[in-house]
Design a protein around this ligand. Structure first.
Ligand SMILES: Cc1cc2nc3c(=O)[nH]c(=O)nc-3n(C[C@H](O)[C@H](O)[C@H](O)COP(=O)(O)OP(=O)(O)OC[C@H]3O[C@@H](n4cnc5c(N)ncnc54)[C@H](O)[C@@H]3O)c2cc1C
Length: 486
């Protein structure tokens, strides 16, 4: 209704009725331009057909906010204008087909982080532009005014800019439902280096034995949030290169059906952040990354994307050591779990059971007795127990785990003594895969809080999967269903 406010009441200007109110929230009412001489509706807007032709007026075309369409938007205005231009040109005898305007609403929501791209095909007439919401551009050039020619013009400031083209919307593959996730996703982070081939080789093996979708993701170093000094041409070059890299890596996944494979590129100066965001958006159950190429052969280097990912990734992280691509033919026969009695380590055991079934591998539950823990605590709190007590406690908890492992999985316990990260790293030379909880290291965890997983991935010589905290059945959707038939 149209209103006028008078003191603490509002008056409906149409019928003069007074309504008392504490607060008034008003929505602007659209008024058309009321161009005299042209037919218009009650609000002053001009009715046009799908070619922009003004209803009831000869040789008059209109496009944009002044027309009767309920959604006023620059992108839609440009699409209407394109249709009108074609109709005018065709009528004037130009060899063009006058196509009706088919509206696709493309919007960029500028958020605190990377912008969010939104697309909706209002006429359901563009199969190449399905609806979607994405952190990576759903069209290119990806500006806020998404007109066929206008977007390119605005991007480069001249006519030679690219015409607008849509990119497939990115399906969210593993939407959790009330019954739990039905499909799962493995995200493999790649760049153009050899370490990505290591990640691909490992991802290939995992995905081949699961029904998971595989997303090959490549982040390119561009910050969409910083508009000042933005360089669309440079961005496009980086995006093209990233797409090429990801596609090449995807083609290496020769054991996976094409319909399970997707390529995803994203602008982000931090590959770790990019992968974390993507994993969250896709409900990925695992991110696979290679080690830094500066690492020694068979080792993961500190400061790598994998290591950064360990700080807050929403799913399991698999870090694949340098050179794995050359040894990946070796079957996965022995899987180790770093076990320290913590809940996090128990989750790693649960995941390892699924993997052991999937690969028909033997499990090794590894406990490390750390003398430093023993002496350190002894110095602080008095020698309440001996080193033998500690050994006994570790062995007892290992035995308990072994006793709880289902009978179809063969498992042994291994007790080591020394610095846990070093010991586990050394032991990994005898393993084909290792799992660890993301944090915590048993009753005396203070010595190792936050340190073991980070250091472990530097010393480990086989792929290591770090399981997130607080997940009841980690990797179950990746391998649970398959495990029963392998
Ligand atoms: C704050 C804001 C943010 C927006 N952000 C976006 C966005 O991110 N993306 C997007 O796609 N759209 C956006 N829009 C919408 C977009 O600006 C409009 O949809 C678009 O400009 C419409 O284009 P138009 O040519 O139809 O009308 P306009 O751009 O309004 O142009 C109409 C022109 O006609 C002139 N005119 C009007 N009446 C007469 C007259 N009687 N005689 C002579 N001249 C006249 C006006 O002065 C004006 O120059 C935004 C709008 C606003 C207000």
């Amino acid at each position: 209704m149209a209103i006028a406010t008078i003191d603490e009441a509002v008056r409906d200007t149409r019928d003069g009725r007074m309504i008392t109110a504490d607060a008034v929230i008003a929505l602007a009412r659209l008024q058309g331009p009321r161009i005299s001489g042209l037919p218009m509706d009650a609000d002053g807007f001009i009715a046009v057909d799908a070619h922009g032709r003004v209803a009831g007026a000869r040789d008059v075309f209109a496009a944009g906010d002044s027309t009767t369409g309920r959604i006023k938007q620059g992108g839609l205005a440009a699409q209407q204008a394109d249709a009108a231009a074609e109709a005018i040109a065709a009528e004037a005898g130009a060899p063009v087909t006058a196509r009706p305007c088919r509206r696709v609403l493309r919007g960029v929501l500028v958020t605190g982080e990377a912008p969010l791209y939104l697309r909706r095909d209002l006429d359901r007439a563009h199969p190449e532009a399905p609806g979607g919401v994405s952190r990576t551009p759903l069209w290119w050039p990806s500006g806020k005014l998404a007109g066929h020619y206008l977007a390119g013009f605005l991007a480069v400031g001249e006519e030679s800019g690219d015409a607008l083209s849509d990119r497939p919307s990115w399906p969210v593959l593993a939407q959790p439902t009330s019954e739990g996730p039905t499909m799962s996703t493995i995200l493999i982070g790649v760049d153009a280096s050899e370490r990505s081939q290591d990640a691909i080789a490992f991802g290939n093996r995992l995905a081949a034995l699961s029904s998971a979708h595989v997303v090959v993701a490549c982040a390119f170093p561009y910050n969409d949030a910083i508009r000042q000094g933005s360089n669309p041409e440079y961005r496009k070059a980086l995006a093209d290169e990233a797409e090429q890299t990801a596609s090449t890596m995807r083609d290496r996944l020769d054991e996976i059906d094409a319909d399970r494979l997707l390529v995803r590129i994203t602008a982000n100066p931090s590959p770790a952040h990019a992968l974390r965001d993507l994993a969250e958006a896709e409900h990925a159950e695992m991110i696979v990354v290679g080690s830094s190429h500066t690492g020694r052969l068979g080792r993961v280097a500190p400061g790598s994307t994998g290591e950064r990912l360990l700080h807050g990734a929403p799913c399991a992280i698999a870090v694949v050591p340098h050179g794995y691509r050359t040894s990946h033919e070796q079957p996965i026969r022995r899987i180790g779990v770093a076990y320290d009695g913590s809940e996090e380590a128990a989750a790693a055991v649960a995941a390892a059971i699924e993997l052991a079934r999937t690969f028909s591998a033997e499990l090794e539950i590894i406990g490390v007795v750390a003398p430093e823990t023993y002496t350190g605590s002894g110095m602080l709190a008095g020698p309440t127990y001996t080193f033998e007590d500690l050994e006994h406690t570790v062995q007892e908890s290992l035995d308990m785990v072994i006793a709880g492992i289902p009978s179809d999985v063969s498992a042994v316990s291994v007790r080591l003594t020394g610095d846990p990260a070093d010991q586990l790293g050394e032991r990994s030379a005898m393993l084909d895969l290792m799992l660890a909880g993301s944090r915590g290291y048993g009753p005396l965890r203070s010595v190792l809080v936050g340190g073991v997983s980070g250091r472990l991935i530097r010393t480990v010589q086989c792929p290591v999967i770090v399981i997130p905290r607080g997940v009841e059945a980690p990797l179950a959707t990746l391998f649970g269903a398959v495990a029963s038939v392998v």
